[in-house]
Design a protein around this ligand. Structure first.
Ligand code: ADP
Length: 200
């Protein structure tokens, strides 16, 4: 089973993905985590990524598509994956469709975690406050958040009608509690599993 979690920064994609990893044995593919690992390694790619991430921009599509394509070929992805942070543009979504077809993989659900912007700003502000200056992400500040929200609206949100037109899009209310959001997602996935007959 392969699924996409969509939603603006701070919507809770990472939290929900972690739960799905536990419950279904899927592998979480977070492009944000992959890029942060590249930054930590100090590679050339990491240096480029740091600069772009810190200003809330997006990495080039071709680079992200190659990164995902390579990652999907690893054995730990065999049981299925949760795409978290990818696709982020319509071009990435189109490329993902082609990739999956070429690799003979299905896309079982596209789930939008819907939240309003005011709630997001509040969440990230408290994430910053709680971190006590410790493990805070260098792109977790109100200014970058606003930029990331704008990029989401302009470049990522157009993915929603793309999947809607394919009849693949499901939306859950991300303002509910973490447990309630999980329950909504699980309900969708149970439906997707029974349709595709996927086990485990
Ligand atoms: P969040 O979900 O909090 O917005 P992520 O951890 O998914 O953040 O990503 C952090 C940053 O990494 C993004 O703001 C962007 O600069 C970069 N990034 C992550 N995924 C992609 C992608 N698929 N395409 C382009 N840039 C990306």
């Amino acid at each position: 089973m392969n699924i996409i979690l969509l939603g603006p920064p701070g919507a809770g994609k990472g939290t929900q993905a972690a739960r799905l990893v536990e419950k279904y044995g899927l592998k979480q593919l977070s492009t944000g985590d992959m890029l942060r690992a590249a930054v930590a390694s100090g590679s050339e790619l990491g240096q480029q990524a740091k600069e772009i991430m810190d200003r809330g921009g997006l990495m080039p599509d071709a680079l992200m598509i190659d990164m995902i394509s390579e990652r999907l070929d690893q054995p730990d992805c065999a049981k299925g994956v949760i795409f978290d942070g990818f696709p982020r543009t319509v071009a990435q979504a189109q490329a993902l469709d082609e990739l999956l077809a070429k690799k003979n993989l299905s896309l079982d659900a596209v789930i939008e975690i819907k939240v309003d912007e005011a709630a997001l700003v509040g969440r990230i502000e408290s994430r910053i406050a709680q971190s006590d200056g410790g493990a805070v992400r260098s792109d977790d500040n109100v200014e970058t958040l606003r930029k990331r929200l704008e990029v989401y609206r302009e470049q990522t949100a157009p993915i929603l009608p793309y999947y809607q037109a394919k009849g693949a899009l499901k939306t859950v209310d991300g303002l509910k509690s973490i447990d309630e959001v999980s329950a909504q997602i699980e309900e969708i996935l149970e439906g997707a599993r029974s349709r595709s007959g996927v086990e485990g």
